[in-house]
Design a protein around this ligand. Structure first.
Ligand code: GLY
Length: 371
């Protein structure tokens, strides 16, 4: 059964997240939008991997129902989240005669959603777009809240814009075709939502661990509704990250640094898990969390196949990259710590020594192996 979660922007209804288990109602949802899609040109933006699985199916649902339905496919991978890809999409839209009342459909994971969203934010000073997220990471996090953008010179999301989608359409059955590693990496973001705002949801995740690992669709639907409800609360209160939205960066400060140092060979959600362990460690060392809570948080990533330590990193390099990330304010790192499970806060007094100690905690070195 379909369910929906309405999202407000500046206290006014903005778009709905639709949770469902197929693409069957996609066209009805598009037609029900304020300016129905029948008189629009629609361009699906997707990557080579998602295109093979769902590109033709989704295109087939649109063909003959709107003015024109086309598809732009770019190669899969974080290394394609660039201004070059954006340029390729602009050129294609111009060739296909797209104008300001037309619309993009971002069909894919976080890279596709962020890149297509950035095109939508900038092409002809902004056109509409719909998010159709196909990874757990994109469903739990990146498709909601209107953050769009691309990486620049190896720096994550360095160029971007806020642009709210018109609709987020989540077909949860697509999660069943994800490779295990891709699927489980999304739990970095799901668990983050429990840890920062909703202790009961965090406990529910632990309770439903086996059903979640088996990808039972009704459980996944409940999980995503609860996870998206946390994200909704945060982005509705602070849509453009003037304050509390930064709580969603829990685990991302050190996480992004590891992602870059490892040349993007680890998945984003895996790096978020490592960053979350490091942030929980600092919270324990500041006596905000007990030792038991720290170890519980750390060890809960394990059943979801997420890493809690990482090999071959240079802690000093990670510290340097952490400070080069954009989560800085007046030269200070905006670090997200935990007061307790389900209660995060932003702190800009975390010292280099604390960060280094946390990086060493998650660094699996040869010395550990021989101890
Ligand atoms: N992924 C963090 C945010 O949407 O703010």
């Amino acid at each position: 059964m379909s369910e929906r979660l309405p999202i407000q922007y500046n206290k006014k209804p903005c778009y709905d997240i639709v949770f469902t288990q197929s693409f069957d109602t996609l066209w009805d949802e598009l037609e029900a939008l304020e300016n129905s899609c029948s008189n629009k040109r629609l361009c699906i933006v997707t990557d080579s991997k998602v295109n093979e699985l769902y590109g033709e199916e989704v295109l087939g649902l649109l063909k003959g129902k709107c003015l024109k339905a086309v598809k732009y496919v770019f190669p899969n991978g974080e290394e394609h989240k660039t201004l070059d890809t954006v340029k390729g999409i602009y050129k294609y839209l111009i060739e296909e005669g797209f104008d300001r009342k037309d619309m993009l459909l971002a069909l894919g994971g976080g890279v596709v959603g962020d890149t297509a969203g950035y095109v939508a934010a900038t092409f002809l000073r902004g056109i509409d777009y719909v998010q159709i997220p196909t990874t757990l990471l994109a469903q739990a996090d990146s498709s909601i809240g209107g953050k769009t953008g691309v990486d620049f010179d190896g720096y994550k999301n360095m160029v971007g814009a806020f642009k709210m989608p018109r609709l987020v359409y989540m077909n949860l059955s697509v999660l069943r075709t994800l490779e295990d590693r891709q699927y489980f990496s999304g739990f970095g973001e799901v668990m983050k939502h429990g840890l920062i705002k909703d202790a009961l949801f965090y406990e529910w995740l632990i309770d439903k661990m086996y059903e979640i690992c088996d990808r039972e669709l009704d459980i996944l639907q409940e999980m995503l509704i609860r996870s998206c409800t946390v994200k909704k609360m945060v982005v509705e209160k602070d849509p453009t990250e003037q304050g509390d939205r930064a709580l969603l960066n829990f685990g991302h400060t050190i996480g992004h640094a590891i992602e870059k140092a490892k040349g993007f060979s680890l998945y984003h959600g895996e790096c978020v898990a490592l960053g979350a362990v490091a942030a929980a460690y600092i919270s324990w060392k500041r006596e905000l969390l007990t030792m038991e809570e720290y170890y519980e948080i750390r060890d809960m990533f394990v059943p979801f196949y997420l890493p809690i330590s990482v090999e071959n990193i240079d802690p000093q390099e990670i510290l340097r990259l952490t400070k080069a990330d954009k989560k800085m304010e007046s030269g200070k790192i905006k670090f997200v710590l935990l007061k307790k499970i389900g209660k995060a806060f932003i702190d800009n007094t975390v010292t280099d020594e604390e960060i280094l100690a946390a990086i060493k905690e998650i660094h699996f070195s040869d010395e550990d192996a021989h101890a």
